[in-house]
Design a protein around this ligand. Structure first.
Ligand code: SAM
Length: 294
């Protein structure tokens, strides 16, 4: 599934184009991906309803919380996280590590206004984006700029209480949806952590399952398809046996592979297509030999 891959605003040139969304918050259309960063039904709402709330992080009662934010974008997931923790009166220390390739979004972050208490929080996030990090008694925010794949192996085992997994859609951004990248996510999560994503694509669910995650339905927001939640333990309601069997049967559940976390996205897409073709031929041979012997 692709994310809002309508053909974008008519004025889209080479650079990002700001677009208003249904809840009044702004998103960007990225011509190189042919996608908007967020759901057009509501960008901030998506951060809150698809990531922050279903991650379970707001119910945690530990003195410190650590979140990995894959694809910082405009920083809405981080904003919704901080705003929500303030709302629930969390008194501990929050550490966030964001992974983001694009360091040129500051002019867009500077235009974003909510006209409510989020503006104060967002100015802190904006400053972290321009400096790369921010430290206070209650918050540490590091934005690691570059290909997320080049950082993940250096992040510590079991360090995170939640992962907001929010790249562009699998077909446009396959390098972050591979079996091998998800294997790193599995390693980074502690036993109580939940990974949230808006995608329910079979290759994503196939990869998460192959890595060893328990997967369940994530919320459907704004009339869009449901997302996916993943955890190492039984923290989430798992997909039914019927849904899991359908996933296994679905040839499109073949995951992207990127063993060295460095492959060109075009090659990752091509390799999966070849694997699907080979599997289809194998299944068809088995089917024919089955009907002969039956
Ligand atoms: C859908 S947007 C994220 C929106 C964001 N979570 C927010 O709250 O505003 C996806 C982001 O992933 C980033 N991205 C895509 N591929 C990447 C990669 N290989 N490494 C790091 N960041 C990447 C894009 O630059 C983009 O900002």
């Amino acid at each position: 599934m692709q994310r809002n891959n309508n053909h974008g605003p008519a004025s889209a040139g080479d650079g990002p184009v700001p677009v208003a969304t249904g809840d009044g918050s702004c998103t960007l259309f990225l011509p190189q991906y042919g996608e908007h960063m967020h759901s057009l039904s509501g960008a901030y709402e998506e951060a809150l309803l698809k990531h922050v709330r279903p991650s379970g992080i707001l119910e945690r009662e530990t003195d410190s919380l650590s979140v990995l934010d894959v694809g910082f974008g405009l920083g809405y997931n981080v904003l919704a996280l901080i705003a929500s923790l303030l709302e629930v009166g969390y008194k501990g220390k929050l550490s966030v590590v964001s992974l983001e390739r694009d360091r040129k979004l500051l002019p867009f972050l500077e235009q974003i206004v909510f006209s409510d208490q989020r503006d104060e929080i967002y100015s802190v996030i904006r400053s972290a984006y321009s400096k790369g990090c921010l430290r206070s008694n209650s918050l540490s925010l590091d934005i690691l700029f570059g290909d997320a794949r080049s950082f993940v192996r250096s992040l510590p085992d079991g360090a995170y209480d939640a992962i907001f997994f929010d790249p562009f859609s699998p077909a446009r951004n396959p390098e972050l949806w591979s079996f091998h990248f998800f294997r790193e996510m599995f390693r980074l999560m502690n036993e109580s952590a939940i990974l949230t994503t808006y995608s329910s694509a079979p290759q994503v669910r196939g990869a998460l399952t192959a890595v060893g995650f328990i997967i369940g339905r994530g919320p459907a927001v704004g009339g869009k398809r449901e997302g996916t939640l993943a955890s190492k333990t039984d923290l989430i309601a798992p997909l039914s046996k019927i849904d899991m069997a359908a996933l296994t049967d679905n040839i499109r559940s073949v995951p992207y592979r990127d063993e060295h976390l460095s492959e060109d996205p075009g090659l990752i897409l091509e390799r999966r297509k070849r694997e699907i073709r080979a599997l289809r031929e194998q299944r068809s041979k088995m089917h024919h030999s089955g009907t002969v012997t039956d």
